[in-house]
Design a protein around this ligand. Sequence first.
Ligand code: ZN
Length: 1017
Amino acid sequence: MGLNDSSPGAMRNGRALSDQWADSVVVRPRTTERHITVHKRLVLGFALSILTLIVVTVVAVVLSVRYEECGGRDRDGAAGESGSRGSAKSNGSRGERSGDRGDEEAVQPWRNSRLPGTVRPRHYDLRLAVNMDNFTFSGDVGIELECVNATRFIVLHTDRLEVRWPGGAGGRPANRPGGGAMRVHRHFAYPANQMYVVVLHRELKPMRVYRLKVSFNAAIEDELLGFFRSSYTVQREKRYLAVTQFSPTHARKAFPCFDEPVYKATFSLALRHDAQYSALSNMPVESSTPPQEDGGVTDRFARTPRMSTYYVAWAVCNFTYRETQTDDGVTIRLYARPDAIASGAGDYALHITKRLLGFYQDYFKVQYSLPKLDLLAVPKHPYAAMENWGLSVFVEQKILLDAEVSSASYQMEVTMVVVHEICHQWFGDLVTPVWWEDVWLKEGFAHFFEYVGTDFLFPKWNMEKQRFLTDVLHEVMLLDGLSSSHPISQEVEQAADIDRVFDWIAYKKVSHHKIRQSVNTVVKTTVHPTMSLPVLSVCVLQDYLLSHMYGNAARDDLWSKLSQAMRSEGRDIDIGQMMDRWTLQMGYPVVTISKNQSEQLPTHYVTISQEHFLYGQELRSNNSLQWQIPLTVAVGNASSVSAESLIWVHNRSETHRVGQMDDTTWLLGNINQTGYFRVNYDIQNWKLLIQQLHNNPQIISVGNRAGLIDDAFNLARAGYLPQGVPLQLIGYLPAEPSFLPWHSASRALYQLDKLLDRTDEYSLFSDYVLKQVASRYHQMGWPTNGPGGEGNVLQASYQTEELQRELIMLACSFGNKQCHRQAVAYISDWISSNKNRIPPNIRDIVYCTGVSLMDEDVWEFIWMKFHSTNAVSEKRILLEALTCSDNSFLLNRLLNLSLTSDLVPEQDVIDVIIHVGRNPQGRNLAWKYFREKWDILNARYGEALFMNSKLIGGVTEFLNTEKELNELKDFIKSSGVGAGPAWPRALEIVEGNVRWHHLHRRQFYQWLRKPLSSALG
Ligand SMILES: [Zn+2]
């Protein structure tokens, strides 16, 4: 599943610039709804993992393992256990829980938040009748059940369904027809756990198959969960569509089912609807009835493979489509609004999907499982996209692309969303996590493969693969440094908890350190990397997929596959044990490397200590957390740097020998940022590193330059370092030719900008930033190509364009006059000629700058363009530009219009509010508006937890005064909001902001006033 970003992401755009930017800074695909996977970060993950993979392979080669056999060999071994393993595991725990089923009446299994596991579904026959005139549907479902442990109760999930009559039959032995009757004693709903209970007269017998039949009615709600409706306009005529969103726990809102991922079953769907609509589902239509008298037709869909309930999907709409076919005969269709299809806006996604299916099939050596794959572009959806098997649903802004006006970053974003969702057809649909605590098993892989798949599609982007560092690693470390963070694998039982684990930490932390670090560093301990192909690790993945296909897997299954692979090479390492430290405890460590000052040891010894990195100093007393850290270290001086060496850090503090050092050599830790931790040094070492960057930055790798910037700013922010260190460090930026360190710096600077943008001395800061930016900005200039330049992202100069864009953004947002004049000139030209000649890649910057500097007429002009354009990418940046105004009257008007009229699409409302809040002139407005309208907002978005936590995080993250902190506390207290994770996180962030002002602001400005004197003090 693709998330819309829910991060409270502490860093944002520049002054007076739209959030649009902000996002673009933070995560490349900025924009209202950026997919959680951020845009354009490329393939570092892949590259480094490749290294990893490579290393593993080398072992294989060295040890003469015939790796081409790995799949087969392991497959045979594991295939037998795969099916049973997932179920055994789940049944195991559940079985124990329902325990002694001798006294089930007393136990009342429906009081447990998890299903009892005494029966499991094998097949669902689902018949639905959908009425789009009054937005209701009715249905009946026949569920074929297998009894696992004798029981008188059938407990399954329903929510908001009006259940009519359960009935049943069966009792035949498994795999044989016939059998006795199953008589229902009574049945009732147990809403607290969203369950429905059928009590039988007699016990069901183990190993026998029964059939339960339930009828139900429900509404097609105007919301974003279950089976819901939304609308769009075609030539002024409003049209409706209805579509499902079942992940994680909403299939139960559409039909009674065993709505936990481990209860995989096959599904046969028959759907009756008005003939003017068409119906889609996971599988192709097998047969359709001719229209009946009342205009209804019934489409019967082919039976699905075994799958989890939350991947079941259907839609009723009158979209049109374009289609293509893979070489293997899989039909791919992209369905969207007729006008979007006619304009070709879906062609790009269709094209790359076709290539991606082939790519993944080759990569995983596992065929795509279904005869077709539909991509459905809907106007409204709670997530960026949802990977239902064979029917993936995308919000329009994440899949439609208008070649003429879409920027390179938008194209990158669309690409990564598609790459992510298609990967889920394997990691997710085919092999599904046993339970939600291991949701990272699918999300981490899909996120990781964004880089691999994108690299396949556009090898030229490879130049920028290290983007992974700034966009994923640095970002997740920011959130994970909060005490309200949570471990990757966390216990989740209640339905409401389940959305919680879907947050951004699970996605990113996982893709970074699990998949990368696990394989990577483990292998590093055993061999030296040399070049070869990443075959063995690919084998591990293939083996993992083949062993668990059409079933479920838990994290231990992956660890055991890795350990097994290592063992087969004669390396006995318990990967599970090592990784549990990283997955089961929250946060990450900061490693401090200090040159030994004591007399007893020679100078080439260093002291290495670790502690839990936290932004809040007062929270650090709880020092119990400890990690096993694979720390790579290198020593260098003005002209060279040593090869890296690996040190395993196990204790709180250790002494190590690291080679020859004198007063002029510096130490560098976490080479190329492959490890998931921060590194701090003694102040003398920081000075040497800074000196090195100023004199000859290229001695230190690009990845480490970006890493030093990120570490320094965050260590200072958390109070581990004097405020002057990061400021002095970025003094070398005029000599920095690469995009990545600039990107890392701009993220940190925008974050500081939001802390400082309402302070009296703000200009000290913005002047300092502009001073670093000016020379490179002038050198790079503005892009010259107009709109319509074809395939803009495909150009070899892609990285240059990105750096150029980053510099323009920094220059304009921190107030470079020339930048402002250029933006204003572009807007004036557009208005006077009515031709938009602004290069697509920087339109968002120009629009926002124009709106913030120019008069009300420009705002009205942009507002008009927002309504008249049909291109979704353009619409989005126009809307965001409207939030850049410094006129509170206009901002207020925008806020009111977005919530109370149809003029702003419903899912964009949240972005409007957040973006107004990022504008220093709008911060109070948005904060006030948010509190006043909370009841309405919560009612509308409350259950789509991502949207709510995105809203809460977005509106509060830049509050930084005592007064605002108190307002936040009061609001949390009075509005009776539940224990959702967004509130404690928001509170911790705002407390951190206030604390920073209290403890560090003076020192910060002091350094800026006389940067040359007190150096690092
Ligand atoms: Zn996903």
